[in-house]
Design a protein around this ligand. Sequence first.
Ligand SMILES: [Zn+2]
Ligand SMILES: [Zn+2]
Ligand SMILES: [Zn+2]
Length: 373
Amino acid sequence: MSLIGADTFKWEDQDKRLNIMFRMNRNIKYGDNVVVREDEIAAFYRDGKVLAYMDRPDRYALTDLNAPIVGKLVKALSGAQQQAELIYLQKRAFDGKFGSKQPFQFRDKEFGMVNLRVFGEFRYKVSNPENFVNQFVGTLNFATSAEIEERIKEQMVLLIYAALGDMKNQGMGVADLASNLPNIEQVVLSKTNDHFALYGVGIDKISGLYVSLPDEVQKAVDTRASMQITGTNYAQYQSGQAMREAASNPSGGAAAAGVGVGAGIGMGYTMVDAMRSAQQQPAAGTQPPAPQQVLLCPKCGAANDVGAKFCNSCGTKLIVETIPCPKCGAKVSPDAKFCPECGNPMKATKKCPKCGTESPGSAKFCPECGTTF
Ligand SMILES: [Zn+2]
Ligand SMILES: [Zn+2]
Ligand SMILES: [Zn+2]
């Protein structure tokens, strides 16, 4: 039954779609009918608070006849002030994406102050219709679902920042972030219940968490991660990189400097020696890096890859080709006729007919392949 002049209210599909909340643009009054469907909650709101809400599907006539069901509400509507706002809520869960607008300043013991940004996805729903409406409509005076989601996102980011702060205090560094993302998701998820209870919001999933670091920090972290995987120290890592580059680029770069067959002069020779001694002493991590393994620029001091021809920082030419003096081992320019250290004639070398290695003129065997001269 319906009274003359009574209106029927329902949440129209075009208003519903992506909205977790919809505020009717007209007030309801005593005698109106309110339709509540399976996936909806109807909240009746006045003076900044929820009067009552209905979450069972039905068509409710707001009259005295229905007093047992809508009693409290009907009493409110039949008093001196007879109108209330109708606010529909969805029962289903919504997916949201969050991303930090302001970076989080993470004071890392290795990298100093690092600006982090976090991104991810979460699923939320109305967990308490009264709190939801009282907070978002009553306290914050929001009218749209977009505003609500924006607020939830901001709060998610704050929760994540708080969790990162706690984990940092327990010793986590930025280099540990990537491997800890699932932990961080769980920690944050466990805190959402308390945090969002006031908002009447339940978060049941956080996924795809991603923390972005400034480029230079990310590079350093990646390098360290690769080293941990291969179990090497930094110097060995760098020389390994050089060998890999040589293998994939046999015509130039590090290969020309001596990783390939037949190396015996200049940089190639010293590098092969460095590799050999590194292999003989596999105590990774305890060895100070041999000077040949990371090339320090003589001009600006920047560390360069083994095999680099020019400093990556100032452009200074790095490879001064030398050959070892066959008598005293001093590094001598390949152009020199005599060793400036001991005076040994430098041209008295032989080239191995088999492998091409240069050896001292007095040598009886090739030091590289053992060929008899
Ligand atoms: Zn330099
Ligand atoms: Zn010499
Ligand atoms: Zn040889």
